[in-house]
Write a protein that binds this ligand. Structure first.
Ligand code: HEM
Length: 140
């Protein structure tokens, strides 16, 4: 099995795990379990950056060129852009919360509207992972 195939299988497993953990973390926040929600979101955000780094690394490895039909290009762009918005948004939310813990008197916009932004970013994030599973079905 090539590095590329290994990465694809790993991606599928990670997607399933991330969907479960993201949904669980959302429920934790709804039930007011702040500490667990916090730990899980920090872990998921870090893991998502590691995943991107692994993706970039494996895409530099030599492999046969993948033929992508023209009609899928727009979908792939939407998938990638929404994924990046979700990840950058989640990272900003994590930093805002950590900053507030360090500087309790800080009154950041992102913290005041954490629920609203959290709901938007977590939905986009879940959408990206579901899209990743569709991509697996489309291209593999
Ligand atoms: C250090 C990281 C984080 C901490 C300490 C934290 C903490 C909290 C807390 C205390 C709440 C309850 C409502 C509030 O205080 O505004 C909450 C709600 C929420 N958080 Fe976070 N959060 C973190 C990161 C994130 C991230 C990265 C996301 C999404 C990408 C997120 C998504 C949500 C959502 C969707 C809710 C609302 C749940 C509902 O629908 O009622 N959180 N969070």
């Amino acid at each position: 099995m090539s590095e590329h195939d290994l990465f694809l299988n790993f991606s599928l497993v990670w997607t399933l795990v991330a969907i479960i953990l993201l949904s669980f973390s959302w429920r934790l926040a709804c039930y007011g379990n702040r500490q667990r929600h916090r730990q899980l979101m920090i872990f998921l955000t870090l893991a998502a950056w590691v995943f991107i780094a692994m993706y970039l690394w494996q895409s530099r490895q030599p492999r046969p060129l993948l033929e992508i039909k023209e009609e899928y290009i727009l979908w792939l762009i939407v998938h990638g852009v929404i994924g990046l918005i979700a990840l950058l948004g989640a990272t900003a939310l994590v930093f805002a919360r950590l900053w507030q813990e360090k500087v309790p008197e800080s009154d950041l916009h992102l913290n005041r509207h954490h629920k609203l932004y959290g709901r938007i970013f977590i939905t986009l994030w879940l959408f990206t992972h579901i899209g990743g599973m569709i991509n697996y079905g489309l291209f593999i």
